[in-house]
Design a protein around this ligand. Sequence first.
Ligand SMILES: Cc1cc2nc3c(=O)[nH]c(=O)nc-3n(C[C@H](O)[C@H](O)[C@H](O)COP(=O)(O)OP(=O)(O)OC[C@H]3O[C@@H](n4cnc5c(N)ncnc54)[C@H](O)[C@@H]3O)c2cc1C
Length: 411
Amino acid sequence: MKKVSIIGGGIIGLTSAYYLAKEGYEVVVFDKSDMNDGCSYGNAGMIVPSHIIPLAQPGMIAQGIKWMFNSQSPFYVKPRLNTTLMKWGMQFYKHANLSHVQKAMPALCDLSLLSKELYQDFARESSSFFYEEKGLLMLYKTDKTGEEIHHEGKLAEELGLKVDFLSKEEVSNLEKGTATNVIGGVHYKSDAHVYPQKFMQFIKEELQKLDVKIYSHTTVTNFVLKNNAVAEIVTDKGSFTTDEVVLAAGSWSPEIAGKLNINISILPGKGYSFTLKDQDHKPSIPSILCEGKVAVTPMNRDIRFGGTMEITHTNDTKINQNRVQGIVNSINDFYPELKIEMPEEKDIWYGFRPCTPSGMPIIARDKKLKNLTLVTGHAMMGLSLAPATGKIVSEIISEKPTSVKTEMFQF
Ligand SMILES: Cc1cc2nc3c(=O)[nH]c(=O)nc-3n(C[C@H](O)[C@H](O)[C@H](O)COP(=O)(O)OP(=O)(O)OC[C@H]3O[C@@H](n4cnc5c(N)ncnc54)[C@H](O)[C@@H]3O)c2cc1C
């Protein structure tokens, strides 16, 4: 059987490894980190068929510019005189229109629903990662946001998702864990959630059973090409021959693709989270606090809060306390009983969401190198879309028809 080498052991690389190994391929994963704390671990764990509207959408640029001037806002682009950022910005501008959103919505919805079914399959195997189907509650405090959230809810209904539009009282009846200070909410009943660290642990154990070799602390540095294909992967621990290559290196994908003279536009969208352990008093339904763009996810006995999107570079590892303070303020504003304090710096996690300017993930065979498949750019939906992405990768490499159409996931 062919040998497939996967570059990147985040959730996209590992779910790809899983479905490829299930198909009978010999699979090897390389990751430069210890594979315990990257973007796929500290995220909000939401599985979101509700998220059908890509980041590149009408109105986003005007809103983004307003947010740039507020140090606690949820969105920020680190200004730099840099061609990568300028090209990404131009592409984002090109995609932030209705026609793109209309094409993107059904594609994202199909991919998400497939992913949720696959999570349900995993959950039948194991309860270790706390898969739950409680939906997602979009909470809002102003009429203006309420109108936008209702409009998005109606679009989701048109695509067949189950959505409830809730008054203030109905929100309180649903969210019994703690009081909410909102004027209403939209409940997407289609959504689910997991505990990301536990899911990553589960999938690693599954890969072990399937004899997948995982090389952590191993950085891919270059490639040897032969006959229009990658023949060898060069790492800091030596070279490895291969039949197929899957590039799943998240925010680092452009620099690796660059070694193959392939240009992909992805910038890291830095976000933060913190997790409070063993909380008896906490929200019980995963929620987004819309005005602050804060994600709130109960994970078994714990509760995780996450947010902010700083478009930056992968060397920017500094924790911006102002933005974390913005998250804390939103929580206390929406949940007046919680009285959350600013976490210590050591308890604040950050991760780099790999963001394409179109807001669409890339799941595609390369057009020049015949044995290369690229899977990256899942931005704020990588956990949600990972199983479907992995399954499609195995179908692409096996030259089978894909479970969902992939036209919108090209680069
Ligand atoms: C605050 C926050 C909240 C989020 N909440 C959600 C959510 O609720 N739901 C959701 O669906 N998504 C969410 N996300 C997004 C999600 O976490 C990401 O989309 C996802 O983790 C990306 O996975 P990945 O495998 O593509 O990338 P990564 O997890 O970043 O994995 C890429 C891997 O490639 C490795 N690598 C890089 N360069 C090399 C090299 N040269 N050689 C070898 N290995 C290399 C890295 O070490 C890394 O492990 C959130 C993100 C953040 C920051």
